[in-house]
Design a binder for this molecule. Structure first.
Ligand code: F0G
Length: 352
């Protein structure tokens, strides 16, 4: 098999792969670590963007999902189920299709970005949209899955976080060391926990000599960890992280504390601004992903960065997932003109 084999094979020695584990892959992982020239110059740091939108279904979820679905199949399960703000469901639907399993997804009605919904539909998942939010959907999944014999593939499934560790491995493999700090969006708080597990694993195996400080960012209207209590009605336009009671709350807090980092929050306005700056680096990430860069800018403003340090911002999902946000926040629209050179020249007025 030519090229990158996917994470189950590439990182087999770090994953629960046995001789009975199906060699499932959509060639997930091996995503670009893009040097952000403009942000680096502005912040006087070395800023890298880990572009997880380059995964097969366009988000980091594929790393965990390939492991969770392979293990579900190994265990003889026929149906996987998850609650989702969109990306988990797109990934579950894709890997279930690949593995020949059924996927059932519970989503908050009206709060899933268009591209994510389109994926779940096309991959043939059974979609149930609840009148309620993600937290309620996850509570329902926890209640109904076991009696129905379905495998839960939310990040409460330990195989998910094991697979998601591989992004931390890749960053270290690419840089030849760990970054000084990692900036990452926080929703259900699984991914920050997985990265910390990954860095810790590499540290214990002596592949790196130090671990990064972990800085996680919730959206201000959904910042349960920052406030110290669950939020019944979380709100943010970054619907991927519109979550009021994160399942991996304690793990995320421990990652921040043990690493000397923090869990903080950023406003929707700051997320929208970071979303634009990321595009100026030539990278299109979805709004929730921009919480990492918004967090970096916030820490810079607070004087929290050291000149010359190396930081990685995790861009968790592809901008194409959420075309509505892109168009709503756009600073310009297409000029519609007649199809002749003069009309085009006039429209470009003065530009050369
Ligand atoms: N960024 C994106 C694009 C996401 O889709 C998510 C979570 C996060 C960040 C936050 O990661 O939950 O591990 O802290 N999306 C989940 C989903 C909830 O259902 O797709 P987390």
């Amino acid at each position: 098999r030519p090229g990158w084999p996917g994470i189950l094979e590439a990182y087999a020695s770090f994953l629960p792969v046995t001789e009975h584990t199906p060699r499932l892959t959509l060639h997930e992982g091996n995503t670009p670590l893009v040097y952000a020239d403009k942000l680096s110059e502005r912040l006087e740091c070395h800023v890298y963007l880990k572009f997880e939108g380059a995964n097969p279904t366009g988000s980091f979820k594929d790393r965990g999902m390939v492991v969770a679905v392979a293990k579900a199949k190994e265990a003889g399960k026929r149906v996987v189920i998850c609650a989702s703000t969109g990306n988990t469901s797109a990934s579950a639907a894709a890997y279930a299709a690949r593995a020949g399993l059924e996927a059932v997804i519970l989503i908050p009605h009206g709060y899933v970005a268009l591209g994510k919904l389109a994926q779940a539909v096309q991959y043939g998942a059974r979609i149930v949209a609840i009148r309620g939010n993600f937290d309620q959907a996850l509570a329902i999944v926890r209640e109904v899955a076991e009696p129905l014999g379905m495998e839960v593939v939310n990040s409460i499934n330990p195989y998910r976080l094991m697979g998601q560790q591989t992004a931390a491995f890749e960053i270290c493999d690419t840089l030849g060391r760990a970054p000084d700090a990692l900036y990452i969006p926080v929703g259900n708080a699984g991914n920050i926990s997985a990265y910390w597990m990954g860095f810790t694993r590499y540290y214990e195996e002596k592949r790196i000599h130090a671990r990064p400080k972990m800085f996680g960012f919730e959206a201000e209207g959904a910042a349960a960890i920052v406030r110290g209590e669950p939020i019944a009605h979380p709100e943010t336009f970054a619907t991927a992280i519109r979550i009021g009671n994160p399942a991996s709350w304690d793990k995320a807090v421990r990652a921040a504390q043990e690493s000397g980092g923090a869990i903080d929050c950023v406003t929707d306005e700051a997320i929208a601004e970071a979303y634009r700056l990321i595009a100026q680096e030539g990278v299109f990430a979805e709004p929730a992903s921009a919480a990492s860069v918004a967090g970096l800018l916030k820490r810079h403003r607070e004087g929290g960065l050291t000149r010359g340090e190396t930081v990685v911002c995790v861009l968790t999902g592809n901008g194409l997932k959420d075309p509505d946000s892109a168009m709503r926040l756009a600073s310009q629209e297409a000029l519609v003109v007649d199809g002749d050179p003069d009309a085009v020249r006039r429209a470009l007025g003065g530009l050369s």
